[in-house]
Design a protein around this ligand. Structure first.
Ligand code: 7PJ
Length: 284
């Protein structure tokens, strides 16, 4: 049973409750764990934890898109994400699949994915066509400058907010032209994807600018190096700054926050919700 009505995007656009998307990575590291079988089991157990902690959506990724990460082929990516997706089908939690590959999109949709989260904004050949016929499937269009391998080398913008916004506007138009209606789309400025700290801060500070695109905004800041660049903390010690960033993103207009730390983010957003509900003047 899906938790959300069919018109999910209309639902979140009209709801003032921000949603929490919990992150599940299925990226076996041959140096530190027992390969694919073990990482599948770990991912499923982790997903169940995040559901217990109150995640509204889970985002499952089989291809790391961190700066400098390596390409994963289609078969390998399918072997990583599909068993996890299938194992979670009876939980009823809406599942998003973090992929840029049309082949993975198609299989994921067949296996019950409710959202495709594409850091490449459906730019890959065949991606728009893979999504368009499945009218119940939502899409997150994210901005990235360059490719994960090289994007942090020397990112450059004249005006980061208007350039990212223009790109997302173009991708919305491309999606619409391919038959993917506006009410199936979410946009994301892509924090850390081909951006310096200053670019990321400008995007967060002016996140509200993206509301005029007419779609809900998703923001992913969790544990990112931009946070470590400010606090000096390592990736596994960025809980506090991640929660602060998620809360700020929501205050600036994000409707979905993509986070590792569901329980802590949920508690922070409960305070936000309480404040918003007690005072209609609260400035979103
Ligand atoms: C994002 C993502 C993000 C969306 C990743 C990481 C890198 N998808 N996938 N937005 N980041 N939509 O989690 O550090 O910011 S992978």
């Amino acid at each position: 049973m899906p938790l959300f009505p069919h018109d999910f995007i209309d639902f979140i656009a009209s709801s003032n409750q921000p949603l929490i998307m919990g992150i599940i990575n299925v990226t076996p590291d041959s140096f530190s764990d027992g390969g694919l079988f073990l990482s599948t089991r770990k991912a499923i157990a982790h997903a169940k934890n995040l559901i217990d902690e109150g995640a509204d959506i889970l985002d499952i990724g089989g291809e790391s898109t961190r700066p400098g990460s390596q390409y994963v082929n289609t078969d390998e990516e399918l072997m990583r994400v599909i068993p996890v997706l299938e194992a979670l089908a009876d939980t009823g939690i809406p599942i998003s699949i973090d992929t840029s590959k049309p082949e993975v999109m198609k299989h994921a949709i067949e296996a019950g994915a409710f959202m495709i989260n594409d850091v490449n904004a459906l730019c890959n050949p065949g991606a728009l066509e893979a999504i368009a016929p499945h009218r119940h499937v939502q899409v997150c269009l994210m901005h990235m400058q360059g490719t994960p391998q090289r994007m942090q080398t020397n990112p450059q913008y004249k005006d980061v907010v208007s350039e990212v916004k223009y790109f997302l506007q173009q991708r919305i138009q491309a999606a619409n032209a391919a038959g993917i209606a506006l009410n199936r789309l979410v946009v994301d400025p892509g924090f850390g994807f081909g951006k310096t700290l200053q670019h990321n801060l400008s995007l967060l500070n002016q996140l509200n600018e993206f509301t005029t695109l007419g779609t809900p905004i998703l923001a992913g800041l969790s544990r990112k190096s931009m946070l470590g660049a400010i606090t000096g903390n390592n990736i596994d010690q960025r809980l506090h700054e991640s929660v602060a960033a998620a809360l700020l993103a929501v205050i600036k207009g994000a409707k979905i926050v993509r986070v590792h730390d569901v329980k802590a983010s949920k508690a922070a957003l409960a305070i936000y919700n309480a404040l918003r509900d007690c005072d209609s003047q609260f400035d979103q």
